[in-house]
Design a protein around this ligand. Structure first.
Ligand SMILES: Nc1ncnc2c1ncn2[C@@H]1O[C@H](COP(=O)(O)OP(=O)(O)OP(=O)(O)O)[C@@H](O)[C@H]1O
Ligand SMILES: [Mg+2]
Length: 220
């Protein structure tokens, strides 16, 4: 920060020392890369330390996060619609990390709707079991939406379009979901806004148990 400020001051001088500015900017770029590497390592440590995995219901994870976002929803006049599937199979996961993912997605959704005045600001959180092996959680908003050209970069660390943003929320969220063996993706929500969805494999023990029970039930 101090180096960048110095550069700005030097540039404002009547006869700026371009060589010093070039040298200082080089140092700033190197520092940026180093900081990125350190954060990358911390993220790897955080996700590789194999936190305790418990069997949990993703609907409960969503419900646990709702009280934490009430004030934000109210403050930004956002309506919350819950569309949670009944009898969702359990997944294996770290409750706090998965709550953090939902909270990051919800905060982004609320922030994306902050400037919307010509349509309802609606946050929709849904869960589903799209196939036999997986459950998904979807966070949908009616905000500014995502430019096609930005889709690839959203999950990159430090990518942000917000003045006070760190650009870490999505990158950390994707690391957490991938460490759980799942995937997290983004798409446009037509006609307005964005949809973020993550998918996790259902707990095998439960899947096999249900399968065996079905086969047993079907047997004569
Ligand atoms: N729901 C959304 N609608 C539109 N753009 C979004 C949405 N979610 C994320 N983005 C875009 O992706 C960028 C990266 O999001 P990310 O959560 O990683 O960082 P951030 O929100 O900018 O900062 P922070 O580190 O505080 O979360 C955002 O700056 C924004 O441009
Ligand atoms: Mg964010």
């Amino acid at each position: 920060m101090a180096d960048a400020t110095a550069c700005l001051n030097w540039l404002a001088a009547p006869d700026p020392r371009l060589d010093m500015i070039q040298e200082t900017l080089d140092a700033i770029v190197k520092d940026g890369h180093r900081t990125g590497d350190v954060i990358q390592r911390i993220r790897q440590l955080a996700t590789r330390s194999a936190p305790p995995r418990v069997r949990l219901d993703l609907n409960d994870v969503v419900r646990d996060v709702i009280p934490l976002m009430r004030a934000e929803l109210h403050g930004h006049e956002v309506a919350l619609v819950l569309d949670l599937a009944a009898d969702l199979p359990l997944v294996l996961g770290d409750r706090v990390q998965l709550q953090q993912v939902v909270l990051n997605l919800v905060m982004n959704a609320i922030e994306a709707m902050a400037g919307v005045t010509d349509r309802p600001r609606e946050l929709r959180i849904g869960s589903a079991r799209p196939d036999w092996d997986h459950v998904t959680v979807t966070v949908q908003d009616t905000g500014v939406g995502i430019d096609r050209s930005m889709l690839d970069r959203l999950f990159t660390a430090f990518f942000t379009t917000k003045p006070g943003g760190m650009g870490m929320g999505l990158s950390i969220s994707r690391s957490i979901i991938e460490a759980h063996g799942g995937w997290l993706s983004a798409a446009a929500n037509l006609p307005h806004g964005a949809i973020f969805q993550f998918s996790l494999a259902i707990d095998c023990g439960v899947a096999e148990g249900v399968h065996i029970a079905r086969v047993a039930g079907a047997a004569p």
